[in-house]
Design a protein around this ligand. Structure first.
Ligand SMILES: [Ca+2]
Ligand SMILES: [Ca+2]
Ligand SMILES: [Ca+2]
Ligand SMILES: [Ca+2]
Length: 312
């Protein structure tokens, strides 16, 4: 299952690149579901934890197929662990699905999940959208030099928090900032939860963040994506809402997570759309990824030739 999934990804990445090469305007971006167990292998991107050197060194581990950000038992029960990808965006659409898992002790609960946009590790500046489990609070922050935190907008009392999987999306388009929050089983809301207008920072990285409330809580990121064009939703068979139809959606179907739980119709929809991705060119592969895409394309083509010769 995973092997064929990655072949499809490679083929799609190759086709996306070929299409993008013909276009004068190239969409740029990346998507990482961490399902290959590594976040530092350059496939599809290489994550850098604490590129600024400002935050404490956390433990970042993708071996479970999710990117788990945690702090060692360091005596600081409010540690911030973060990671970003070294690709700069001007207009930025960044999205993650994540949850905070408790530590081993009863009091080790709670914490904040966040996404960065226009983040500059050299100056530790940029925009940050964070969701916490404290009365379901979302904050849209600007981080200024000296890690001076400016609240651009905030809202509490939400019926969504970090105690269950949440979708968090921060869009920074020109000087318009908006944050969308929703549960993965629900559609993306039509209106943002908080918004602001700000033009202090014009470009930078996208990334993710976990701020523990108590020692040893875990920020578990299922996937993260960033691009310079809007996300396109509503891909048929994409039950987990990450815009790709892959093995993770089959697992969702098995768990009853599709619109008509465990139905043959939903399974057929998944099969028919397997390998589908958003219609924009979502990923410009880095050189290593491109090489892999070409290699995988060769594998797929080779497999097809073998199949053909069998038929003949
Ligand atoms: Ca990887
Ligand atoms: Ca800590
Ligand atoms: Ca994952
Ligand atoms: Ca999906």
């Amino acid at each position: 299952m995973l092997t064929s999934c990655f072949r499809c990804r490679g083929l799609l990445a190759f086709l996306a690149l070929a299409l993008a090469a013909q276009s004068s305007v190239q969409a740029a971006g990346w998507y990482d579901d961490f399902n290959d167990g590594s976040a530092t292998d350059g496939n599809p991107v290489t994550w850098q934890s604490n590129a600024s050197g400002y935050f404490p060194n956390g433990v970042l581990n993708a071996s479970t197929g999710d990117y788990v950000l945690s702090s060692p038992d360091d005596g600081d029960d409010n540690s911030v662990i973060e990671a970003s990808v070294d690709m700069n965006f001007t207009d930025t659409y960044v999205r993650t699905q994540a949850v905070v898992m408790p530590g081993e002790q009863p009091e080790q609960i709670g914490g904040t999940l966040g996404v960065w946009a226009r983040y500059d590790p050299a100056t530790v500046t940029g925009y940050l959208a964070i969701l916490s489990n404290e009365v379901g609070r979302v904050e849209l922050l600007r981080i200024d030099p000296g890690v001076d935190i400016v609240t651009l907008d905030e809202l509490g009392g939400l019926d969504i928090d970090t105690n269950a999987d949440a979708m968090i999306e921060l869009n920074v388009v020109g000087d318009q900032l908006s944050v969308y929050l929703w549960r993965p089983e629900d559609p993306k809301p039509s209106e943002p939860t908080v918004t602001a207008i700000d033009s202090t920072y014009t470009s930078g990285r996208a990334g993710i963040l976990h701020n523990e409330n108590n020692e040893n809580t875990l920020g578990v990121f299922r996937f993260a994506a960033a691009q310079d064009t809007p996300f396109v939703d509503g891909v048929a068979g994409d039950f987990d809402g990450d815009n790709y139809v892959d093995g993770a959606d089959f697992l969702d179907w098995q768990r009853g997570g599709s619109p008509a739980p465990l139905s043959a119709a939903d399974l057929a929809t998944w099969k028919a759309n397997f390998g589908a991705a958003p219609p924009v060119a979502t990923a410009i592969p880095e050189p290593t990824t491109l090489a892999m895409a070409l290699g995988l394309f060769g594998l797929v083509a080779g497999g097809r030739r073998r199949n053909h010769s069998k038929v003949a």
